[in-house]
Design a protein around this ligand. Sequence first.
Ligand code: IVH
Length: 761
Amino acid sequence: MDRTVRTDIAKRARELREAIELHNYRYYVLDAPTIPDAEYDRLFRELQDLEARHPELIVPESPAQRVGGAPLSEFRQVTHRTPMLSLNNAFEDEEVVAFDRRIREALGAREVEYAVEPKFDGVAISLTYQNGLLVQGATRGDGYTGEDVTANLKTVRAIPLRLQSDPPPARLDVRGEMLMFKRDFERLNAEQALKGEKLFVNPRNAAAGSLRQLDPRITATRRLAFFAYALEGAEGLNLPKTHSALLEYLVTQRFPVCVERKVVRGVQGLLDYYHSIGEKRETLPYHIDGVVYKVNDLRRQAQMGFVARAPRFAVAHKFPAEEAMTEVLEIDVQVGRTGAITPVARLKPVFVGGVTVTNATLHNEDEVRRKDIRIGDTVIVRRAGDVIPEVVSAVLDRRPARTREFIMPKTCPVCGSKIIRPPGEAVARCSGGLYCPAQRKQAILHFAGRRAMDIEGLGEKLADQLVDRGRVETPADLYRLDIPALADLERMADLSAGNLVRAIENSKKTTLARFIYSLGIPNVGEATAKELARFFGSLDRLMRASEKTLQYVPDIGSEVARSIVQFFAERHNQEVIGKLRSAGVRWEEEKRGRLKPTTLAQFIGWLDIPGVGPSAAERLAEYPGGFKRLMQADAQALRRELDLSANAARSVVDYFSNPENRNVIEQLMDLGVTFTKDAAEGEGSPVRGKTFVLTGTLPNLTREAAKEKIEAMGGKVAGSVSKKTDYVVAGAEAGSKLATAQKLGIPILGEEGLKELLGQL
Ligand code: IVH
């Protein structure tokens, strides 16, 4: 081959490598890709192609050479040039105070600057770069010798295969943690389950397992992440003066360095950092088990030195362990608010996540079977943040000879009603409904909860007693409680019945969203309750809404819609709501803003009339006289006016003659659907160009809705009545504007009159 072609190809290969490295960095380290995946793939294939055709151009640091080499039969042992140390732990604030005191005394300093960062819950590794190229990657092992996992580490896209500085340092060991992000762990386990392979217990085990694969092609399929946190054994590099500057250097070399790192001063700085990371912990995409404090000044670090195998200048401040081992003494079931039966493990008390845990959920019958957890087993219990403790797994090599399996009871342990598990569903339920005291208690607790009616002081113990003594059957009964009815209950003397009565009284003033949530409608959580309140604006409208109408609410599907309709159809629930209202529970009607103005054609499209697609909807929107006339049109008229096919025309007539559909339309109209453009263009709309003044309260329409409707039809709404006013729309308690209108002889409309003028129902 001729020389210039060769140099051109070599140049292209170099360009491609640099471009791919940069995009790798943007994607895997910065999490901010700048080109589409397909474009990246194209570059990558081009490089692979080039290297296949010109093997002499291959360099070990080429991004196309990340996955290479044959499976190993074992890992080679390697000796770390600088040992990989461990850290001393601190659990209590006092230990941190003592750490800071020791350092200040040793250094003779009044206040010390610290570099602080999360303590990653992964696997420590060491990466050796010689003359700028990654030549070795090793596990920590015993700290002095580890295993050579170079081939596996090269598959991790976040690990640079070469350094950026030119000329590069002769040698450098970068230390850091391999881990797997929570989402990648979930995905890996889902894939393992599909393939019928063993599941990993946690992301750390998954990372460790992926790193210890003899076949690098397997490691390459696992999404591993890496954070660099130290640099050792540098040769030919001017080291910065502080740990934080050293991390910045690593950033310039394209290593992933955790953004949560910080520099703080003094012991208060350390503890503040500990708490702020503690609060963030659950929302971080990876697991951490504490934070690490390091003296920032590297000279001072050297001055402090080491004891045994840990540095004196650093400490790991650990979070309370989130997982612990204990024994399952029994498996009982618990009855939830909607009757759901949850198996619960009664445990030998164990300290986990900062509290003593004696119960942990097993979720449902299938979970118990899947995890194969038996009475008598030793298990791993997890309590993360404020989440309910759960049993993670059984420790099988500790399983005693005699264990008992969990059997789902046939009847509710609280009320004796049948337990039913519908086919295809994971959850078994007590069929007792509100006859079941357990369900009643839960309903009351839910009602009183902080995010619901927020009745302070009404906790589990009290709900138990109120239900057991028959003083409260439904949430409405709470509003009949007085001091004498509470005073003789346990724990009431010191808690003060008066305070509770006051809290109950205060809860009466609430919001519609809270009230809807407090009812405990199955499948209606806080967010859905808020959407419902915003969409319907009033409880009556919500209670009248059909399944179909409900599905116009953002994020509500057929299942939730069905459960809402069922709930309000239940006589008992209607009664409770009635009693709550007559007890004085009240809220302000919500402003509604969810129904966006739409074109008539779009609205007709929403209705999902069988056989009516977007183009037929356009034509229907043109029906002379507007939507109201369209609803009454017969098939002949439709065919004549709109040139519809016989089938389409029949389908439209069928649709509009179905009372259920008319009801949906009526409800949507009532919610204030407004039509833009085509509706306003509807010939000779009597609203067009006219000025309206609104006064008083209309029975159904809010002022905003009325205004929107008028404006959508090309009218104007003014604030005060004058000779230029064309119509005054008056509702209950209309005041001086109505009087002025009468004096000036301006036509006055009620809500019905307005709707008629608007050509709506
Ligand atoms: S520095 C000389 N920083 O904790 C100190 N270690 O108990 C070397 N670890 O095996 C460690 N996050 O795997 C350091 N931000 C962090 C860390 C961290 C996790 C692990 C590391 C080491 C263990 C020490």
